[in-house]
Ligand binder design. Structure first.
Ligand SMILES: CC(C)(COP(=O)(O)OP(=O)(O)OC[C@H]1O[C@@H](n2cnc3c(N)ncnc32)[C@H](O)[C@@H]1OP(=O)(O)O)[C@@H](O)C(=O)NCCC(=O)NCCS
Length: 184
């Protein structure tokens, strides 16, 4: 098994036109094309925002965020929110890919952690309760395993089933740790 990168070795930077992404090659031609052809244009039009993940200045993965909503009826019974709005605010992982030469080294999981960090940051400024993703069938296990994402009921057989992650338990956990640590 190839060794994982340590998270200190990975860096997330915003995608700007000064970055060269021409060598990026994941196993998904659509995701390669999006990064090379459309990501910057989408960003200029305020549709989505892309971040690159680098290891020693080498591009190893990327993630693109946009905004989303989660409908109350799509949240599983055991996770229903006390305040019953019809819809809840979310950020969506619109694209996520790892270069095939760097797969299974923890880059994908690191990008999901970056998504959680982004959701926490946004939730401090405006509401953001969930992270969503329309997963490829092949990647459902990755999102379940690496990020505790849940499938929306009834979407399991879709080509790109929607999955969601509730941010609140993580925020509560982090607040509890911060309280325990005090001035540490
Ligand atoms: C899916 C993808 C993002 C995973 O990235 P990665 O860097 O290889 O994943 P990681 O190394 O962080 O893996 C984290 C965990 O998920 C598991 N995992 C990774 N890909 C998986 C898959 N396709 N199916 C099941 N489990 C998977 C790993 O084994 C690892 O578990 P472990 O810690 O118990 O060993 C990457 O394979 C990819 O870019 N695929 C093509 C594009 C794609 O499918 N993107 C998702 C679009 S919805």
């Amino acid at each position: 098994m190839c060794p994982h990168f340590s998270y200190d070795e990975l860096q997330i930077v915003p995608y700007t036109k000064r970055r060269n992404v021409s060598d990026f090659e994941s196993t998904s031609p659509e995701l390669n094309e999006f990064l090379k052809e459309d990501a910057l244009k989408n960003q200029e039009e305020l549709i989505s925002k892309t971040y690159l993940c680098c290891h020693s200045n080498q591009l190893v993965g990327y993630v693109t965020f946009t905004t989303d909503i989660v409908r109350q009826k799509d949240v599983r019974e055991e996770e229903q929110i006390e305040i019953p709005y019809k819809e809840y605010p979310a950020i969506k992982i619109a694209r996520l890919a790892v270069d095939k030469r760097y797969e299974r080294k923890g880059v994908g999981r690191f990008l999901l952690l970056a998504a959680v960090g982004k959701a926490l940051k946004i939730s401090n400024e405006v509401g953001c309760r969930f992270i969503t993703v329309d997963s490829k069938q092949d990647s459902i296990e990755f999102y379940k395993k690496s990020g505790s994402f849940k499938l929306i009921k009834g979407y399991e057989k879709k080509k790109y089933p929607t999955m969601y992650f509730d941010v609140l338990p993580t925020i509560k956990e982090m607040n509890a740790i911060n309280t325990k640590l005090g001035d540490f």
